[in-house]
Design a protein around this ligand. Structure first.
Ligand SMILES: [Zn+2]
Ligand SMILES: [Zn+2]
Ligand SMILES: [Zn+2]
Ligand SMILES: [Zn+2]
Length: 407
């Protein structure tokens, strides 16, 4: 008997995940039986990926992520006007698959092993030198013309096993900076919540581009609402386009959207007339961890983005409570770190995700977020059944002292 290889495991995972997700959506996926497995993942994501909306969480609400609306007498505060209040948390994680190197093209690579263009641009460039602006033909077996061979050789050297070994070492010891090394690794080290990266000045198309980050939206209980890849940055334009795409697919907009860049997103919405319907439905809050580092002098941020105002203006965010000494205090109504917790779990898959082609990346990530949401819902179901059993047991004891259940 032949041993079980990685290929078999991958094949089984794809078969199983497409069946589970298609069944959840009550949908049939019919594919030609001779399709290579890469084409299966691409077709599965196109048909069942729902633009990143996780169908397992559709219509979900639980006592952890949805609270009854508590009104305030303060007429200045925005009335979110709903019987129930939900908070969704948005966060990014720096990782993504490769895509076409051509300016503003996010298409999948034609050849994931060594190519740098999508099918369209591979054809458009054909035999041309891959130095931007050069119209010469390239020397066979290289990507540059005679005049640009020096640049090509430098590129090859930077990608040699020796140079890569140094890159790996540097990743393990980030303090150590070896001046002779190329710097493509900086990409992975940039925190997604830092200042936006300066535009890379690209001089050649020798290597493909990489998506900058994956953005996720989750409910406070951990069920995942949706996800997307951002090509260049976690800009407010990208964030609002992502929100519009997820919340126009039938997922109702939550009363509160929590994101580390809430004030920047809010400014962007304020400046764009066509986006202002967001003011009718939702408020944007900074999560409690990042809020402490936002400027105290930022009037808009302090007024609208405080995740836990203690002046009584937001009874849906903070609940009056007593501390252990019996003194009055406030308790946060929502856990604003839910998405960071999700993303640190997701980060565990980074080393396998970064080697995947764009099609495999999309389907694998989508499936894992789907399974994760199913797992959260299953755990909630077990908890609920246990609580109901306890109640039944207690009631029956109260009624006539007869116990039933366990035996
Ligand atoms: Zn929930
Ligand atoms: Zn392209
Ligand atoms: Zn050239
Ligand atoms: Zn702010």
């Amino acid at each position: 008997m032949a041993p079980l290889s990685r290929k078999h495991i991958w094949q089984t995972f794809i078969q199983e995940s497409t069946r589970v997700i298609a069944a959840n959506q009550d949908c049939n996926l019919t594919l030609s039986e001779s399709l290579p497995i890469d084409a299966v993942t691409r077709a599965a994501f196109n048909l069942l990926g729902q633009q990143g909306v996780i169908s397992a969480s559709q219509g979900h609400a639980c006592s952890e992520c949805t609270h009854p609306f508590r009104s305030t007498n303060d007429s200045d505060t925005m009335d979110v006007g709903q019987g129930f209040v939900t908070m969704h948390v948005v966060d990014g994680i720096v990782m993504g698959p490769t895509h076409c190197a051509y300016e503003n093209c996010e298409n999948e690579l034609l050849n994931a092993r060594g190519g740098s263009f999508c099918a369209l641009h591979e054809q458009e460039y054909g035999n041309k030198c891959r130095i931007i602006g050069c119209n010469q033909n390239r020397v066979p077996l290289t990507m540059a013309c005679q005049q640009h061979q020096h640049e090509w050789q430098k590129h090859i050297q930077n990608r040699s096993p020796g140079a890569l070994a140094g890159v790996h070492r540097m990743l393990q010891r980030p303090g150590e900076n070896l001046p002779w090394l190329p710097n493509p690794i900086q990409h992975g080290q940039h925190p997604h919540d830092g200042p936006p990266l300066a535009d890379r000045t690209v001089k050649n198309y020798f290597s493909p581009n990489r998506f900058y980050c994956v953005e996720t939206i989750c409910a406070q209980c951990g069920t995942v609402i949706g996800w997307a890849k951002f090509a260049r940055s976690e800009s407010p334009t990208n964030i609002v386009a992502f929100l519009n795409s997820i919340y126009s697919s039938g997922v109702p907009r939550p009363a509160y959207i929590c994101i580390d860049k809430a004030c920047i997103v809010l400014r962007h919405i304020q400046a764009s007339e066509h986006l202002q319907d967001w003011f009718n439905t939702s408020r944007f809050l900074v999560d409690s961890y990042h809020y402490t580092s936002h400027k105290a002098t930022d009037e808009l941020c302090r007024t609208w983005c405080n995740p836990a105002p203690t002046d009584g203006s937001a009874p849906n965010l903070v609940i009056p409570a007593k501390d252990k000494f019996g003194n009055d205090c406030f308790q946060r109504a929502f856990n604003t770190q839910a998405c960071e917790q999700l993303n640190s779990w997701l980060g565990g898959f980074e080393s396998i995700l970064k080697r995947m082609t764009a099609a495999n990346f999309d389907w694998f990530l989508h499936s894992m977020l789907f399974y994760h949401s199913l797992f959260v819902l299953k755990k909630q179901g077990i908890k609920k059944r246990r609580a109901e059993n306890r109640e039944v047991n207690e009631e029956s004891e109260d009624d006539n002292g007869v116990e039933f259940g366990e035996d």
